[in-house]
Design a protein around this ligand. Structure first.
Ligand SMILES: [Mg+2]
Length: 274
């Protein structure tokens, strides 16, 4: 993994932006800095402005562990698509033309068990979040982290079948066993939009399925270099480097100019002639 602001990284940015890519971003730790209370997370102004500009010219998506409703008001710009619950919550307009899987029902027994343990979880400083298509046990604020992890481990062990649990930054997530992960969701989105290439940026273990599953020509970037086994092609040192990174995407897009019209396409309508 090389730093994105290396010569190889600059070349990769230039190549991918020439291909009119899908731009897909994780939310927490990527667009929004990690904060003590997840409810305080917002996209900073310096990123909003650049994201708005990018979303005007390229298909832009958020692929997050949060629910779609939760993340939407934290963005400050309008992406073309939001995928929630680590890939399990698809945009509503997808549901009309694909077999629908009720991931919410699939995790119902796990939901019931965890809700029954609310008092014990709260006493240990663990917050149970029910996102509909997934569940999360947040332990960032637990005073005794070892005790919190022991309790979470015991509960995960006791969960009924049909679910999958995986860790994140101070969180353990629970989804339906066969629900799509972020990698499946991003590939499906790119196929729907007819995008041959894309950019994906994430900061956590649950972003690795994207780094692993998207085609080799994609620009994949992991924030932080703590995971030396990451499958991302490039890394950034911290969230602070997101603003210059987005600026480089904009600059590269501008350098390649607007999409060329093919000879078979009709000329644009003259607005002056109604
Ligand atoms: Mg993240």
């Amino acid at each position: 993994m090389k730093h994105l602001f290396s010569r190889e990284g600059q070349q990769a940015i230039d190549t991918v932006m020439a291909g009119r890519p899908l731009l897909a971003f994780d939310f927490d730790g990527t667009l929004a800095p990690i904060v003590a209370r997840p409810d305080d997370a917002m996209v900073p102004l310096s990123l909003r402005l650049r994201l708005s500009q990018l979303a005007e010219v390229l298909p832009t998506a958020i692929v997050t562990g949060r629910s779609v409703a939760d993340v939407r008001h934290r963005l400050g710009f309008e992406p073309h698509c939001i995928i929630g619950s680590h890939g399990a919550e698809a945009p509503t307009d997808w549901l009309a033309d694909q077999p629908t899987f009720d991931w919410q029902a699939a995790i119902a027994p796990a939901r019931q068990l965890l809700h029954a343990q609310q008092a014990e979880l709260a006493a240990a400083g663990i917050v149970l979040e029910d996102k509909g298509q997934s569940l999360a046990l947040h332990h960032r604020l637990a005073p005794d982290q070892e005790a919190a992890m022991r309790l979470i481990g015991a509960l995960i062990h006791a969960l009924p079948g049909g679910v999958r649990a995986f860790g994140g930054k101070c969180v353990v997530n629970i989804v339906a066993e066969h629900a799509p992960d972020k990698g499946d969701a991003v590939n499906q989105l790119a196929a729907r939009l007819g995008c041959g290439v894309g950019v994906f940026i994430g900061d956590d273990v649950n972003d690795e399925p994207v780094f692993q599953k998207v085609p080799a020509g994609w620009l994949t970037v992991r924030i932080g270099r703590e995971d030396t086994m990451s499958s991302a092609r490039f890394f950034l040192d911290s969230h602070v480097e997101m603003a210059p990174m987005l600026q480089q995407l904009l600059t590269a897009f501008t350098r390649h100019g607007p999409p060329q019209r093919t000879p078979s396409e009709p000329p644009p309508a003259d607005p002056g002639r109604g």
